[in-house]
Design a protein around this ligand. Sequence first.
Ligand SMILES: NC(=O)c1ccc[n+]([C@@H]2O[C@H](COP(=O)([O-])OP(=O)(O)OC[C@H]3O[C@@H](n4cnc5c(N)ncnc54)[C@H](O)[C@@H]3O)[C@@H](O)[C@H]2O)c1
Length: 442
Amino acid sequence: MTERISVIGLGKLGLCLAACFAERGFKTLGVDIEERVVNSVNQGNAPWFESGLDDLLVKHGGKTLRATTRHKEAIEQTDVTFVLVATPSNPDGSFSNRFVESALRSLAEALRANPKPQHLFVISSTVMPGSTEASFIPLIEKYSGRKLNQGFSVCYDPDFVALGNVIKGFLRPDLVIIGESNSEAGAQIEAIHHQMCENQPAISRMSIVSAEVAKVCLNAYITTKISFANSVANLCERIPGADVDAITKGIGADKRISPHYFQGGLAFGGTCFPRDTQVYMAVAERYGVQADIIHAVDKVNHYQNQHLAETVLRELEQVENKTVGVLGLAFTPNTPVVVESPAIKLIAELLKHDVRVVAYDSLAIDNARGVFGSAVEYVESAEACLEQAGIAVLTLRDTEIKKTVENFAVLQPLTVVDCWRMIDPKTIAGKMKNVVIGRFQA
Ligand SMILES: NC(=O)c1ccc[n+]([C@@H]2O[C@H](COP(=O)([O-])OP(=O)(O)OC[C@H]3O[C@@H](n4cnc5c(N)ncnc54)[C@H](O)[C@@H]3O)[C@@H](O)[C@H]2O)c1
């Protein structure tokens, strides 16, 4: 039974994974090159916001979960090492393995100097399919002086979690996919997941390369589904009486479709979906295969951002107060991350048209400020945003924003662009103009 686990890379995912291991009884060592992160973990403080992370670090930071900058300790003090460092996108859409390779090299060199008979390396970063066999295993062999399945084993164990929900995603996943260099290694990782998960996920074990391909395929499939729902939403805006929610809910009951991630509205964004779409195209191209569906997904997603900007600019022509209030800056609720966020794309387009923008988000203002600096005015509440706006764009599915809009005492004409159909039209009837994405507008 595995008792001691290390996690290399205490980033948005790795720190949550390490905290979940600690929570489920593993003695956990986290390794990162950033001293700030390491110190913060050892003091029991979350270095950034992720739902539930604070509580786990208060409980385990500096105790069951300890952090260090020294990779050597992972080899000396633990038997299994998860590598979950960043794999940034290259200009052609492929992923760079440079951080994974650098981490593996430090670990393998430490293994060479260590007498222990075995170590299990688990790659969890999203990588280009084929990377583990073509690059990571030869690298470990070279720097450790050992042979695969003799002095060390390797698994590929990708994560399918979403920012804003990472801890729940690790503790209660729908599925686990394990690529294995030998069946004992795969069984060991399966046992770790059984101990870590509070539920009984579907666990599939396969070759390492199949697991690498599976990771890229899952997100490509979800973005295809989101884009289909967005296409239906666009159709509904033109067909009198049509309502995208009625349709996706109705047909989503079919098991072949399922209702999850099937709600038309805004483009997908974030640190994963857009770049995983690009990587699917890069992989297809590398192997000489056409990936027309995914090219179409990419196109639909760009169009969806453009469609929102066009809708807002069109409404802007009809109002006197030309200030646009954007309520929600993150790419999804419950996270400060603004990477590829539809709200950020909208603001960039509005600024190109010299529109004055006032923005609010409960978590993401600092990150948005990093993008736009003082070109946008940021306010501390949804209400303050509505007070200044001629048009208010509701980009996040967020109950606080919904309630504030529904209870807002309007003093000047206001148009609300409701991107997720959150607002109960009865609550604002006669007070505000309601423009609804995904529903026919007379
Ligand atoms: N963010 C997501 O939603 C998500 C979801 C699924 C999978 N992934 C994948 O997980 C991986 C990690 O993503 P993330 O968002 O957590 O990245 P991140 O950028 O938030 O964190 C990466 C961490 O690795 C550390 N690091 C870099 N090189 C290191 C080294 N040699 N040794 C130790 N630490 C090192 C960095 O300091 C940083 O703290 C990526 O491959 C990503 O594609 C991300």
